[in-house]
Design a protein. Structure first.
Length: 445
């Protein structure tokens, strides 16, 4: 018997990139889901299933193939599987197979990569979908596409995440990408791998990831910081990367203010090796006695209050709905970005003497409010990138005194919304996540 016969695929769901599960395939199939009742898809959704395997090593040796209309075989692309197995198997997902517009059946089979002379596993139950003609919208898969003075390089195709909210580029070009539920994927170095599931590790009922920040000295510390909403309020945690996995999840500060809609907070590690957290001013519940709402906190990397800030770690006044925090190239200014009515508020704060924390410059950038209530902006070394409208990015360059030097388009009319933006300061490039994949934008002018 083929040792992969037990790997018969059990199809569970088709999911959209926002993470909405449309239906349980086996249950719907039993309830007469058929060719007369196909599910409409647009080409950017992902297939998800539970895959049985003897071990994660065996799973990594599998090749998955979709059989379309019981006639055509199409290798599945962008396959990602969990690192741990549940009673049902390993959670796996992939891009939809290539299909012409119209109604199709999809069945899945698996085989060992090194055993092409043996029969594949039995076919899964058929799944019926109707691919809409709008799925013909494609983005170039090749690197080096020049648009508006920016070279666009695809880092990876669609990721199995339920609404990307954070992206943290590594010095070597790989990228941590996180969704609201705290699932973090590491991509850019081959097949994407699951690095962490913060919701499970936090052991909390309420959870929403807000931001990820890489330690500027990551090469030596391997540290990634996360800020999320949990039962205990806004929580700051530190993780360490080891062989592509985030381990040692340590909560370094908890019980901080939560924004009224649980979407706003920003953080960064300053040139003084302190961690700064911008907290929302529009908070849920009654007024807080600690006075931290709407403030920027300055803390040691273990979450404690620095001796020069006792008894409270307040650095400066912030803004009601913060989304990004960074520093100028000469470290004399802190840049704070947040949402305001009709767009974004950008502030330059003094980071040195004589008045640390004082507002030096303030700007408003018109930008429509995103559907999920989040602004999409990133900054590093005085360079600011803003998602100004659907599929368009603005680049704002500043001088050392906080004045704006230039404003130019980085990208216009990209066929998908921007989900998250992350700077890699040392390489002077930007990573952008959208439902079409993760892209690297390189300045060419």
């Amino acid at each position: 018997m083929n040792r992969f016969d037990h790997c018969r695929s059990s199809w569970l769901a088709i999911i959209v990139m926002a993470g909405v599960v449309l239906f349980d395939v086996e249950r719907v199939h039993a309830a007469e889901q058929s060719q007369s009742r196909p599910v409409a898809v647009w080409g950017h959704e992902r297939l998800a299933w539970d895959q049985r395997a003897a071990s994660s090593l065996d799973l990594g040796r599998m090749i998955f193939t979709a059989v379309i209309d019981n006639r055509f075989e199409e290798p599945l692309e962008g396959v990602v599987c969990s690192s741990t197995q549940s009673a049902a198997g390993y959670e796996c997902s992939s891009r939809l197979p290539r299909m012409a517009p119209g109604t199709h059946s999809i069945e899945l089979t698996a085989r060992a990569e090194a055993e092409t002379d043996r029969p594949a596993s039995p076919l899964s139950l058929p799944l019926y979908v109707t691919l809409q003609s709008t799925a013909a919208i494609e983005t170039p898969r090749s690197a080096g596409i020049a648009v508006d003075g920016v070279e666009i390089q695809r880092v990876h195709v669609e990721l199995p995440l339920s609404g990307v909210v954070a992206i943290a580029p590594l010095p070597d070009g790989r990228v941590f990408v996180g969704d609201r539920d705290g699932r973090i994927i590491l991509t850019g170095g081959g097949r994407p791998t699951e690095a962490a599931r913060l919701r499970n590790e936090a052991r909390t009922e309420r959870f929403e990831l807000l931001a990820l920040t890489l330690d500027p000295e990551f090469d030596s510390t391997r540290a990634l910081y996360a800020i999320y909403v949990a039962d205990a309020g806004t929580t700051l945690a530190r993780l360490r990367e080891a062989n592509g996995v985030l381990v040692s999840h340590v909560v370094i500060r908890s019980g901080l203010p939560v924004s009224a809609d649980r979407t706003f907070a920003a953080m960064g590690i300053g040139p003084d090796r302190k961690i700064y957290v911008a907290l929302p001013g529009e908070t849920e519940g009654a007024a807080r006695p600690d006075g931290f709402a709407g403030k920027i906190l300055r803390m040691n990397l273990d979450g404690s209050t620095p001796d020069d800030r006792l008894p409270a770690p307040v650095f400066a006044e912030g803004i009601p709905r913060p989304v990004n925090l960074s520093w100028s190239a000469d470290n004399r200014l802190m840049w704070l970005i947040g949402i305001e009515a009709g767009g974004l508020e950008i502030r330059a704060l003094s980071f040195g003497s004589p008045s640390p924390g004082a507002t030096v410059q303030r700007y408003s950038v018109p930008a429509p409010s995103p559907a999920d209530g989040r602004a999409h902006a990133a900054a590093a070394n005085g360079e600011i990138v803003v998602a100004a409208k659907t599929g368009s990015l603005l680049h704002i360059a500043s001088d050392t005194d906080g004045s704006i030097r230039t404003i130019e388009w980085l990208l216009r009319n990209h066929p998908a919304d921007v989900q998250a933006i992350g700077f890699r300061p040392a390489a002077h490039d930007v990573f952008v996540s959208s439902p079409l994949g993760v892209f690297r934008l390189v300045f060419t002018r």
